[in-house]
Design a binder for this molecule. Structure first.
Ligand code: ADP
Ligand code: MG
Length: 466
């Protein structure tokens, strides 16, 4: 990197770990200890045009997704296909159709999305922004990634002569908090609270607690937390009105914010599915509702790349084109020639199931073997995606107090957080909020901070090709 870096000493890394911890960059480790969240010692260079392109796309994706969510026929068409091959999506879809058949108790919905991108490197070393996926439920790490920007600004200023002006400010945490507060205000009950739906043994709870604290500090809003398993113990649904109330005080719930519910393990049994249905039927503003969750499936992402589909929802040709410009090539498994291509050149593809949360994709030999063994009834549960090879930079990764003395080759994935408050087709709020940069060793296939592979990083703007 162009920053003139000092030697990596234990003293320097210790200062970084303590500063990160004092900023609230904390996570639980596998043995239930609270420790520092993994981070890169320095920011990573990132081309400014690509960063700006990703940022500018956020509002167009919000418009696109809002139009999809409002189009019941399209959701039905795509999701019925997935549901035929994937029992988890089928369960979500059952709740969706149940609620579609009834008068809704709440017409507003909030989505706090994160669109993730990698740069595809071409042979002439140029690169192109490619969307990896759009997360429409439980987009994590907004608070911790806002704070890694603060950490890097501090370290650069105290230990190098580099300018910090090319580290863009990151207001993701504040943006998420203010968007939740804004939805809460629409509910118009000053006594009502926001309910966070959480996983029982969440490692990333500090990222949530920071939002919870800021909701109180900036807006005076109370938050309650509960898993899907425990919901029936604390939350009551008033059948005629659809109001949800919490605890012995029966405080009304204005907004339900999901930081769980995106993966089958969040639903060990009927209790959890019943809890999800209770919430979906209620008058609380869901962040997100099931329609938004379904609109964020990988199959939906693949369908959008087919000719004319984006244009069905985005009338402005130029805008539709700008959305398409970040699409990687994505394929349905029903295309026999693509299945064949992926088996003969596995390095060019990634096989993805309809799952969220990391660690589910298949690469290389394992992908080829899975494809060879797959029956046609399973095709709709998967998509094939062009594999992205991002440009490599160098950085020092600090994980669980361990670090390498010398920088290692790394690749980065940029995420842009955005808020979308809508009522049917009407967009009431549409804002890009901030960013996350997740960096992993160049040799790692799958990313993910929660899965222990990637670290939190921040982008240092450069104008040139990396
Ligand atoms: P999930 O919903 O489980 O997070 P993602 O689609 O985000 O699934 O993939 C998880 C990770 O796998 C990404 O963060 C990225 O590191 C890697 N990955 C996903 N798609 C590709 C791709 N097309 N090329 C290269 N790496 C990819
Ligand atoms: Mg992801």
């Amino acid at each position: 990197m162009s920053i003139d870096l000092p030697e990596t000493t234990t003293t320097l890394v210790n200062e970084a770990i303590e500063t990160a911890s004092s900023l609230g960059m904390l996570m639980y480790t596998t043995n239930q200890q609270l420790g520092h969240a993994p981070f890169s010692l320095w920011p990573s260079e990132y081309p400014q045009p690509a960063y700006q392109q990703a940022y500018a796309l956020a509002s167009s994706f919000n418009q696109l997704m809002t139009a999809i969510v409002a189009d019941t026929a399209f959701i039905n068409e795509v999701v019925a296909q997935i549901a035929s091959a994937d029992s988890f999506t089928a369960k979500l879809y059952q709740i969706y159709t149940h609620c579609q058949e009834r008068e809704p108790k709440q017409t507003l919905s909030l989505a706090l999305v994160r669109s993730d991108y990698m740069l595809q490197t071409h042979t002439d070393k140029s690169h192109a922004l490619r969307q990896i996926e759009i997360n429409t439920i439980s987009s994590a790490f907004a608070a911790l990634s806002s704070r890694v920007t603060d950490l890097h600004r501090y370290l650069l200023k105290s230990h190098t002569s580099s300018q910090i002006d090319n580290l863009p400010v990151n207001l993701a945490e504040q943006g998420l908090v203010d968007s939740l507060a804004s939805a809460w205000q629409y509910f118009a009950d000053p006594q009502a609270l926001i309910l966070f739906i959480i996983q029982p043994h969440e490692k990333n709870s500090i990222d949530q607690r920071l939002l919870q604290y800021q909701l109180w500090a900036r807006h005076g809003i109370k938050v309650a937390r509960c898993s899907l398993t425990d919901l029936h113990r604390h939350v009551k649904l008033n059948q005629p009105t659809g109001d949800l109330s919490y605890g012995s005080n029966a405080d009304k719930i204005a907004v339900v914010y999901f930081r769980a519910g995106y993966t089958p393990t969040d639903y060990p049994g009927d209790t959890e599915w019943q809890a999800r249905k209770t919430i979906e039927q209620s008058s609380a503003i869901k962040c997100p509702n099931i329609a938004w969750q379904l609109a964020g499936t990988k199959k939906m992402q693949q369908r959008l790349t087919e000719p004319g589909v984006v244009e069905q929802f985005i009338a402005d040709e130029k805008q539709a084109q700008s959305i398409r410009s970040c699409f990687a090539s994505l394929h349905s498994l029903s295309e026999a020639d693509i299945r064949k291509a992926a088996q003969s050149a596995p390095q060019d593809f990634v096989l993805k199931p309809q799952r969220e949360g990391g660690g589910n994709n298949l690469y290389g030999k394992e992908m080829a073997q899975t494809l060879a063994a797959m029956t046609s009834s399973e095709f709709n549960a998967w998509i094939l995606m062009e594999r992205i090879y991002a440009p490599q930079t160098n950085n020092i990764l600090v994980q669980n107090k361990q670090f390498t003395q010398q920088p290692v080759a790394v690749v980065s994935e940029l995420g842009i957080y955005a808020a979308c408050l809508s009522r049917g087709k009407e967009l009431l709020e549409n804002r890009a909020l901030g960013h996350i940069l997740r960096t992993k060793p160049a040799s790692a296939e799958e990313g993910g901070v929660a899965t222990g592979v990637a670290v939190l990083d921040s982008p240092c703007m450069v104008s040139t090709v990396l």
